[in-house]
Ligand binder design. Sequence first.
Ligand SMILES: CSC[C@H]1O[C@H](OP(=O)(O)O)[C@H](O)[C@@H]1O
Ligand code: ADE
Length: 290
Amino acid sequence: MQTTLGIIGGSGIYDIDGLEGAEWVSVATPWGDPSDQILTGTLGGVKMCFLPRHGRGHVHSPSSVPYRANIDALKRLGVTDVISVSACGSFREEMAPGDFVIVDQFIDRTFAREKSFFGTGCVAHVSVAHPTCPRLSEVCHTAAQQAGITVHNGGTYLAMEGPQFSTLAESKMYRESWGCDVIGMTNMPEAKLAREAELCYASVAMITDYDSWHPDHGEVDVQQIIATLMGNAEKGRALVSRLPALLGAQRDPCPHGCDRALDYAILTAPDKRDPTLMTKLDAVAGRILG
Ligand SMILES: CSC[C@H]1O[C@H](OP(=O)(O)O)[C@H](O)[C@@H]1O
Ligand SMILES: Nc1ncnc2[nH]cnc12
């Protein structure tokens, strides 16, 4: 099967360079409009689809990002592997601004977002015990190392609702009691939806700040976050440029089963399924629902 890599660019990342045959395309979905058009093209022989999570011009807040439409649109374009690139705060002294973290776990504290493609009329329960794809995460880790980036392999990401940053008490609790490593506002429910859509998902988080817990650093400041992001933008570009060679243009079935997540997940009896919802699931669950 052909690899098609989807990249979801976070804050400060609204475009990517170097795509051959680059074209912004509009994709309609049954879940509404995605955050923006999607930039399609080829990089190093691998098909790529780039979607700016907040839209060009940073239109969507973390709560209003149309996560379902975004994942559906990527699936509709034939994407097999999704890499999220995000800004995040750090709860660890040794995870410093400018470093990257290949996130492998999440604590989902978001509460004002649509979190599933399924529901009344077609109930499904997928496992997110391991919410990121180890194979794709390893590719990202290797790409970061090859690009000379200081990268931490594994970390727990606290997904908060926002848009305000955390209080000092919250920041200390996430760090000291909950054992989180980084914090951001967007990787959930994105990772859960990618699993429901049977897409491999990896999260590359660039550390921009120490949130508010660090006694030697002040409060989080969005201008400083963007300055750190811009100052490290070349690292992101260097990482992305190494992905095609590591991924290859052809892929085998995911050894971790991301692409078969729905095999045993749907509980609703065929004769009880809601035809309207079934139509909306044409891209996300087309493999299993036919
Ligand atoms: C710009 S600071 C807060 C904002 O940045 C992160 O966005 P993303 O994950 O899309 O890079 C964070 O999650 C917040 O949404
Ligand atoms: N400290 C922080 N909290 C939440 N989201 C962030 N994105 C970047 N830094 C962040």
